[in-house]
Design a protein around this ligand. Structure first.
Ligand code: NAP
Length: 495
């Protein structure tokens, strides 16, 4: 047990255990072994963290800071994340099994969120209205909401935390962050940077524990003003309903079943790479996975052949090695879910063209690996085409023409992202307009940026992250009226 790391939560600037003293274990999905223990936070811990965040919002240093000063703190935090990017990335890999090659790049990119929103903090201007009432002056103020509960999933913990923390802090809110029980370590290590950056105690708190315990307690807490959640659709709906019962602000980034659409006028080699990165990168554990590959009938067989040939070469194994291309699945329940969907697809009559089973290659050791899997003969009504698998499982669906590609592409409850591969400018614009998805990529896939709004249509979410408008998701507008009339008007007539 001596190698096992013990973590503490951050509440009101102090490192603390759970109030009940209980812990839970975190498993390394490559070795299958426990490597760390985390505090199993309780409802009482949620209360403590929310109270600390509320106090920090209403009194002390934080509310006195100017927006420019908040911006400085955010930029300092960005610098510290950059300094610690390597060690934070290694912690994430230990916890979620994603490739060090990817997490390393991701952590080096995370500071940009703090720089961008740090710069934006003092550029949120209200307006003076040319108001239609005589002898009145009217202006607007954008004010922070209060305490924000930020709940993150296991696939990209610190990247997705930055999407929430950077705009929320820039706007002047205070935070309680709850990472996934499967990947809590990086958020707890991250917590050490908040104090170093100079954030007053209580402005950012990090609690850990089970979603149905401390996660639910946060969403139910009457002093939480806004919930910002990234995770699965079922949990998202529960969180939305809880938030609605208290009329809280809620933003949700949920799942997807994104179409990656290949037309016969595409550059085929590029499209093959795009299809592969769409589904096998991050072992398919991304909300934007291009899990439905729509291929025009005229090139279907040739394209599938090229795709399978390339996908077959993917090197699996230790995610810490820089040449590994497909790592393990992060959690045991997720591993079992992926394998069960493979069985469902076989039962529905889809044809396995590649993989279709757990991976037993020597280099996969005791890890939770699934072979990169390609199903052909899928029709869009099948469960494998409609439900999010969140794993390295691709469904290939043929289509005849543009109209059918749009119809199939949009025929799911989700609308997070879509890809299009074509060399026609006309077709690019038409597809970008007609696909009902929050992000559409033409001749590229999986590109995200702090500058580009991100979010879901339909059941993929509510609200947007990233881009300038994201800060307004953490603010409310106040209308201020002032009269300079010498005499107050008739009190029985509305003005
Ligand atoms: P999840 O099971 O929904 O969990 C997400 C977070 O919610 C975790 O921190 C979880 O804690 C917490 N939680 C669980 N039950 C809760 C409750 N009753 N009240 C409050 N919080 C609760 O999702 P996941 O399995 O971690 O992540 C995978 C999903 O996230 C996929 O569906 C994927 O598409 C989606 N995702 C979406 C985006 C996007 O931006 N659209 C990005 C990444 C992932 P525990 O882990 O402790 O249960």
């Amino acid at each position: 047990m001596s190698d096992i790391q013990k973590y503490k939560m951050l509440i009101d600037g102090k490192r603390v255990d759970a109030s009940g003293g209980e812990t839970f274990e975190s498993m390394n999905p490559f070795t299958g072994k426990t490597w760390a223990v985390m505090p199993r936070g309780t409802r009482e811990d949620a209360d403590r963290a929310v109270a600390a965040a509320k106090k920090a919002f209403t009194s002390g240093e934080w509310p006195k800071l100017t927006a420019t000063q908040r911006g400085h703190l955010l930029r300092k935090l960005g610098d510290l994340v950059a300094e610690h990017a390597e060690s934070l990335a290694a912690t994430e890999v230990r916890d979620n099994g994603k490739l060090l090659a990817e997490m390393g790049m991701q952590l080096k990119y995370v500071p940009q969120w703090y720089y961008y929103f740090g710069g934006l903090a003092d550029k949120i201007e209200g307006a003076v209205t040319p108001i239609d009432k005589p002898e009145h002056f009217h202006y607007t103020r954008h004010e922070p909401l209060g305490v924000v509960a930020a709940i993150t999933p296991w696939n990209s913990p610190l990247l997705l935390a930055a999407w929430k923390l950077a705009p929320a802090l820039a706007a002047g809110n205070t935070i309680v962050l709850k990472p996934s029980e499967f990947t809590s370590a990086s958020s707890l290590e991250y917590a050490a940077l908040f104090e170093k950056a100079g954030f007053p105690p209580g402005v950012i708190n990090v609690v850990t524990g089970y979603g149905h315990e401390i996660g639910a307690a946060l969403t139910e807490h009457p002093d939480v003003d806004k919930i910002t959640f990234t995770g699965g659709p079922e949990t998202g709906k529960r969180v939305y309903a809880t938030g609605a019962s208290q009329l809280k602000r809620v933003s949700l980034e949920l799942g997807g079943k994104s179409p990656n659409i290949v037309f016969d006028d595409c550059d085929m080699d590029n499209a093959v790479k795009g299809a592969i990165s769409g589904i096998f990168a991050a072992t398919g554990q991304t909300c934007i996975a291009g899990s439905r590959l729509l291929v025009q009938e005229s090139i279907h067989d040739e394209f599938v052949e090229k795709l399978v040939t390339m996908a077959r070469t993917a090197k699996m194994g230790d995610p810490m090695l820089m040449d590994t291309q497909v790592g393990p699945v992060t959690t045991v329940p997720q591993y079992e879910k992926i394998l069960s969907y493979i069985d469902i697809a076989k039962g529905e009559g889809a044809e396995v063209r590649l993989g279709g089973a757990k991976a037993t290659r020597a280099e996969c050791g005791n890890g939770y690996f699934v072979e990169p899997t390609v199903f052909t003969g899928v029709n869009n009504a099948m469960r494998i085409a409609q439900e999010e698998v969140f794993g390295p499982v691709l469904s290939v669906i043929p289509f005849k023409d543009e109209e059918e590609a749009i119809q199939i592409g949009n025929d799911v409850v989700y609308g997070l992202a879509a890809g299009v591969w074509t060399q026609s400018i006309r077709r690019s614009f038409i597809m970008a307009e007609k696909l009902r998805a929050g992000s559409v990529w033409v001749n590229t896939y999986r590109a995200v940026s702090y500058m580009a709004p991100f979010g879901g249509y339909k059941q993929s979410g509510v609200g947007r992250e990233n881009g300038q408008d994201a800060i307004l998701e953490y603010m409310q507008t106040k209308s201020v009226w002032m009269s300079y009339a010498t005499e107050t008007a008739n009190p029985f007539i509305m003005r």
